[in-house]
Design a protein around this ligand. Structure first.
Ligand code: ADP
Length: 480
């Protein structure tokens, strides 16, 4: 089966979050199920800089008013189609924001262009290759199935994956003419959303199947609390809604071979983590003692519960714990965490910024990772934690609920516990969880048991890739 995957970020070329990890790893995992994927992504400067010897595959002289070229290149096991459109993507800053962190005002056009190019490829414009199915990710690629509905595209099945329904790509109706869709596309069964243009909404209405990145999140987005206004639309497609939990790339994330981890280890050599723990203490200027090191690796936002972390930091120290934070995000939260570090030298360390190697080393050296998200479609850092023996302490929501087994009495007795879950996601809830962790940590045997059980969890892509492959097959065999 041939699949066109469309994503605004793909690891290892460009990443701002979990979406990149998924769109970079799933195509490789799908190879075992005879799914051949080409992945279309924008030609940001960071992408064009690292690829070698691309081949020009398609010229699009008027992609929503700007010229574009589709380049094809193989990169680290991925077959990439790169949309080289300098007017849209050749700028400093990130994929979505300028160097000052502000959304580009023409994001609607930049990602409509990506989607339109995808629908052209779906229609067979790429010489010698036409997909059997199109898989789009998040609002940035969601217009693909909208264009496929209204443009003269042969009927092809499409799957839309929601990685986070909080990001919907909603714009004023004045942009509608610039999308070059027929007037009747501005309708509730398509992209019209309370008088505005909704990219994700349009994708949900036009894709043949919707997936979310965990079963619990699939249930949650049917409720007003988590559906962010789209719960009604999702409910109308409930028969085509699937929750498939993310896996991780177990080659990239392997404590026995990870090149940035100083001392390699496995479940039977957990003692080797000590060296990595010392490196973490050094990097964050922590006292080198036996107190547990709790870590946070995250975007610093309200969604991720980072205000809660800042508010309980003093109490974590008072309980005898240490805390290290790696992340960037909202200025107020960065400031609150830096202030906590300043109040507790030797006990709290904060590093503001994005640091991929350090994120690996922290999983390999810290004792536990705290993930207090108010909502979490899947979450990846708890999966890395499981794989690295860094015990996850997680909010009971979304994918965190599906992937971590709470160390309650029954689970401990059955030796199946892999971490700690807490609810409600409040300061009190989190402090209770930390207290439980401190209690378990004091019992070395019990803690090692938790680590080992976590390391046994199947966090690979295999089972989930099989589910995606089965979904693709059922859509293709139905004719959609
Ligand atoms: P989200 O996509 O909502 O940000 P996920 O848990 O799904 O959350 O994925 C976050 C990804 O980004 C993980 O791979 C995590 O290790 C990584 N990450 C987050 N913040 C940082 C950081 N400051 N430095 C390095 N990696 C980070």
């Amino acid at each position: 089966m041939k699949v066109l995957s469309v994503s605004s970020e793909v690891f290892p070329l460009i990443k701002t979050g979990g979406l990149a990890d998924v769109s970079g790893a799933l195509p490789i995992a799908l190879q075992a199920f005879e799914v051949e994927t080409k992945t279309l992504l924008p030609g940001y400067p960071a992408v064009l800089k690292v690829i070698r010897d691309p081949v020009v595959r398609l010229e699009l002289p008027d992609l929503l008013g700007e010229p574009a070229t589709v380049l094809e290149v193989q990169h680290e096991g991925l077959d990439l189609l790169i949309l080289d459109a300098p007017a849209y993507y050749d700028r400093p800053g990130g994929p979505y924001v300028d160097p000052l962190g502000k959304d580009y005002p023409d994001n609607w056009r930049r990602f409509a262009a990506l989607s339109l190019a995808a629908s052209e490829i779906a229609a067979g414009l790429l010489p010698g290759w036409r997909p059997d199915l199109v898989h789009t990710h998040d609002w940035q690629a969601a217009l693909t199935s909208v264009y496929m509905r209204y443009y003269p595209t042969p009927e092809l099945p499409s799957v839309l994956t929601i990685h986070n329904i909080a990001f919907q790509g909603q714009f004023g109706s004045e942009i509608f003419p610039g999308l070059r869709l027929p007037a009747h596309a501005f309708a509730t069964d398509s992209i019209e959303y309370y008088g505005t243009v909704g990219f994700l909404k349009g994708g949900l209405q036009t894709a043949h199947a919707i997936t979310t990145v965990s079963p619990t999140y699939a249930d949650e987005i049917l409720t007003p609390e988590f559906g962010m206004g789209l719960e009604g639309v999702i409910a109308s497609h409930i028969d085509n809604l699937h929750g498939i939990v993310n896996g991780i790339d177990t080659d990239v994330w392997n404590p026995a071979t990870d090149p940035v981890v100083h001392t390699h280890y496995g479940a039977t050599t957990l003692k080797n983590r000590e060296e990595n723990r010392r490196s973490i203490a050094e990097f964050f200027h922590l006292d080198n003692d036996n107190a547990p090191i709790f870590c946070v690796i995250s975007r610093l936002t309200w969604q991720k519960g980072m205000d809660i972390v800042a508010n309980v930091a003093d109490e974590i120290v008072a309980m005898g714990g240490k805390l290290v934070v790696l992340g960037s995000g909202e200025a107020a939260l960065e400031g609150a965490l830096l202030a906590a570090a300043a109040r507790h030298p030797g006990r709290i360390g904060v590093s503001i910024g994005y640091n991929e190697p350090m994120s690996h080393l922290m999983q390999a050296g810290c004792d536990a990772i705290i993930i207090p998200s108010r909502f979490e479609p899947c979450g990846l850092t708890q999966l890395y934690g499981l794989r690295y023996g860094c015990v996850p302490i997680v909010a009971r929501t979304g994918g965190l609920n599906d992937t971590v087994i709470d160390a309650n009495h029954a689970a401990l007795a059955a030796k199946v516990a892999t971490g700690i879950q807490f609810s409600p996601v409040t300061e009190t809830g989190m402090l209770q969880a930390i207290r439980r962790a401190m209690h378990f940590y004091a019992d070395r045997k019990l803690w090692t048991q938790l680590q080992k059980q976590g390391m046994k969890s199947d966090v690979s892509w295999e089972k989930s890739a099989e589910r995606y492959a089965a979904l693709y097959s059922s859509l293709v065999s139905k004719g959609m």
